[in-house]
Design a protein around this ligand. Structure first.
Ligand code: GTP
Ligand code: MG
Length: 341
């Protein structure tokens, strides 16, 4: 059956959720019709607040994201001429790289179905981590774009903060929430290196469990240390800029009971307001699009190169690299120059 990309795009813009689900599948499978529809939809994007939720496996991300979606649906927007505006529609994208050991994702999905079914303002999509990790980041960006065009004002993106690709996905968000929980061993080590630095908001979930206070204070200490290092940087900071600077709060939650979730929703809204006021929003949009375009360019250049050149040269260079006759970077120089050996 042929698919008409214009018809698809029109129905997505009109709020047809079944068509949206179908489009997301086309995008995930990298079908050309999906890309054609995205091209039509692209001018309608740019309105969503993208929120990355990341953290170690089993910290309660899925449970927390469900609660958060529900809380956002109850928050009314700013007052305009017509009175209070409707709550934003909320989309959840769960990038399922969960390890088979925790089994958390399955449970989380069951809770999702039970709590959120029936609210047409909430849309949930799980993305399987098949294919390359780079491919995952790429299709996640496109899925998020489709949801943005479909009118979701808030898009929550859950990733397990376990690897580079997941960190890349989180980085494409306007607001990054990093979740920690007690009982994961060394509290700060439990958060992968590099992930604390990208957090706009830190959450200690499972505060009903023993050790929560230790996790809170360990994070506080790590954060204070991080700040001491930045503020002693040689450039210095003007007082005014410093006062505008966002300081990541550390918030306690019990996601299973909903405790602390309204405070988290408020902190996320505050962060949005802060980065909009300082121009950081625009800077982040530009930076994440730059990374995305560079990735797409790299991919296309490699594909084109491989199409235009015979495998023979590549394979013979590969052989020579393996026998230590040619150094790898030198091999690529030779390959690009087209110099056969
Ligand atoms: N005690 C307690 N358990 C919680 C809390 N939040 C979540 N859990 C439980 O922790 C387990 C994992 O929850 P998930 O929400 O699936 O965690 P996750 O971080 O999404 O897991 P992965 O996606 O597999 O990384 C489940 O058994 C939850 O019921 C909490 O606040 N307190
Ligand atoms: Mg999960």
């Amino acid at each position: 059956m042929s698919i008409d990309p214009e018809g698809l795009a029109d129905r997505v813009l009109a709020g047809d959720r079944l068509t949206l689900a179908r489009l997301l599948t086309l995008i995930e499978n990298e079908e050309p019709e999906g890309l054609d529809a995205l091209t039509i939809l692209y001018p309608h994007t740019g309105n969503a607040h993208r929120i990355g939720i990341t953290g170690a496996p089993g910290t309660g991300k899925s449970t927390l994201v469900n609660r958060l979606a529900g809380v956002f649906r109850k928050m009314v927007g700013d007052k305009d001429d017509q009175g209070l505006s409707e709550p934003d529609h909320v989309a959840v994208v769960a990038v399922d790289a969960s390890s088979p050991f925790t089994g958390g994702a399955i449970l989380g999905d069951r809770i999702r179905m039970r709590d959120l079914a029936g609210d047409p303002g909430i849309f949930i999509r799980s993305m399987a981590s098949r294919g390359t990790l780079g491919g995952l980041a790429k299709s996640t960006s496109s899925v998020v774009e489709a949801l943005d065009a479909a009118g979701f004002g808030i898009i929550l993106i859950e990733t397990v903060g376990a690897g580079q690709a997941e960190i890349e996905i989180a980085r494409a968000a306007h607001t990054i929430v990093v979740i920690d929980a007690p009982g994961l061993g060394d509290d700060v080590q439990a958060i992968k290196a590099g992930i604390l630095e990208i957090a706009d908001i830190l959450v200690v979930n499972k505060c009903d469990l023993p050790g929560a206070d230790n996790t809170l204070s360990a994070l506080q200490a790590a954060l204070t240390l991080g700040y001491a290092e930045t503020s002693s940087s040689p450039e210095g900071e003007r007082g005014e800029e410093k006062s505008m600077k966002w300081r990541p709060p550390i918030l306690p939650t019990i996601a299973t009971q909903g405790d602390g979730i309204p405070q988290l929703a408020n902190a996320i809204q505050d962060h949005r307001a802060c980065i909009e006021a300082t121009g950081e929003w625009i800077r982040r949009e530009r930076e994440s699009m730059k990374v995305r375009l560079e990735g797409l360019l790299r991919e296309q250049l490699v594909l084109r190169f491989m199409e235009q050149h015979s495998d023979v040269l590549f394979e013979s260079l590969l052989d020579k690299v393996l026998t230590r006759e040619v150094e790898p970077r030198r091999a690529i120089q030779l390959l690009i120059k087209g110099e056969a050996l």
